[in-house]
Design a protein around this ligand. Structure first.
Ligand SMILES: O=C(O)CCC(=O)C(=O)O
Length: 323
């Protein structure tokens, strides 16, 4: 079923991004994801309490308040415990990952796939470059190295953080807030039309792989505030970043998912076993429907990468103008 109008598709092509309101239903589609993560947080809080790292499990608090309390008191964050992907270095056989059924059901949600079909056609592959981000207020962020799953993300193109094999692929990013995304709690900002300028050089830096600010038309950037259930679409060349969460007690929770036509390189060959065919008109029998099988594919990927982790991106300090 079509989701986008011709005018919306045209806007996406021209601007490189599109805000789609009310794609999913917050009560029916988003709440089960938050419930699943509340269970993950409960496990973390119980363990920290048993270790004596926190004086209370904060079991009576709702998800956001509980996460802030647990992180602030323990001085620790748990991005990898929530994420449904793996880090780009240091993967071990027991690196935490959460690949639960509510997450899979979101990746495979018929409305998501209808939306993707409008832009990339009926042969749809779920690209395994994907994350959940719990963007914390500064007082709950653990001191030490920056982590883009809990803090701001610098200017980049998604094409810039994957391998060159996918430079000609048509990867669609669907960014989905699970709680309101506001300027105060660190929503995304995009540079309209930036997808037309090709791949801009990126450099490794303290906030991760980033386009140097001098190469970004920051004065043209648009901050995109969003409601849960709406979706922000971006091409793989759209320049974007996220703002800092400057609230005292709010957490911006979001998923970023990616879809592409079946058969094109994903740009993350290291995660190959974890990608899957999400919809196929030509070969419906190849579609993955089983959340447990998907989870198992991630566990297999993790085991393989614990043995041998290849490169995850192309940029190196000291090359291509990078300091
Ligand atoms: O959610 C964020 O803060 C950043 C997300 C992002 O940059 C992406 O999905 O490519």
């Amino acid at each position: 079923m079509r989701v986008l109008t011709t005018a919306q598709k045209q806007q996406f092509e021209e601007e490189g991004y599109l805000l789609v309101e009310d794609l999913l239903d917050p009560a029916r589609d988003i709440q089960p994801i938050l419930d699943e993560y509340a269970e993950v947080l409960d496990g973390i809080a119980q363990k920290l309490h048993a270790e004596g790292a926190i004086g209370s499990t904060y079991g009576s608090l709702p998800l956001i308040e509980r996460l802030v309390a647990v992180c602030a008191e323990s001085g620790r964050n748990f991005p990898q415990h929530f994420d449904f992907s793996l880090p780009q270095s240091g993967i071990k056989v027991d690196t935490p990952i959460h690949v639960g059924p509510a997450v899979f059901n979101t990746l495979a949600h018929p409305r998501m796939l209808d939306l993707a079909e409008d832009l990339i056609g009926p042969e749809i592959y779920s690209n395994p470059v994907q994350h959940i981000r719990f963007k914390l207020p500064a007082r709950a962020v653990a001191q030490g190295s920056h982590n883009g799953l809990v803090s701001k993300i610098p200017w980049h193109q998604d094409n810039g953080v994957i391998m060159p094999e996918a430079d000609e692929s048509s990867i669609l990013t669907v960014w989905l807030p699970l709680t309101p995304a506001t300027i105060a709690n660190g929503c995304l900002q995009v540079v309209p039309g930036s997808h037309r300028d090709g791949l801009t050089p990126h450099c490794p830096g303290p906030l991760g792989i980033a386009i140097p600010d001098s190469l970004v038309a920051t004065q043209e950037a648009v901050a995109v505030e969003m409601h849960p259930g709406s979706a922000l679409l971006m091409t793989q060349r759209t320049v974007h970043s996220s703002l800092d969460n400057v609230t005292d007690d709010d957490v911006r929770i979001s998923m970023d998912l990616r879809y592409q036509p079946i058969g094109q390189p994903t740009g993350r060959p290291a995660f190959a076993p974890a990608g899957f065919i999400a919809r196929s008109a030509a070969h419906p029998e190849t579609v993955l429907h089983d959340p447990a099988a998907w989870a198992e594919n991630w566990y297999r990927t993790r085991a393989a990468l614990a043995e041998d982790a290849p490169a995850f991106n192309r940029w190196k300090a000291g090359e291509n103008g990078c300091a």
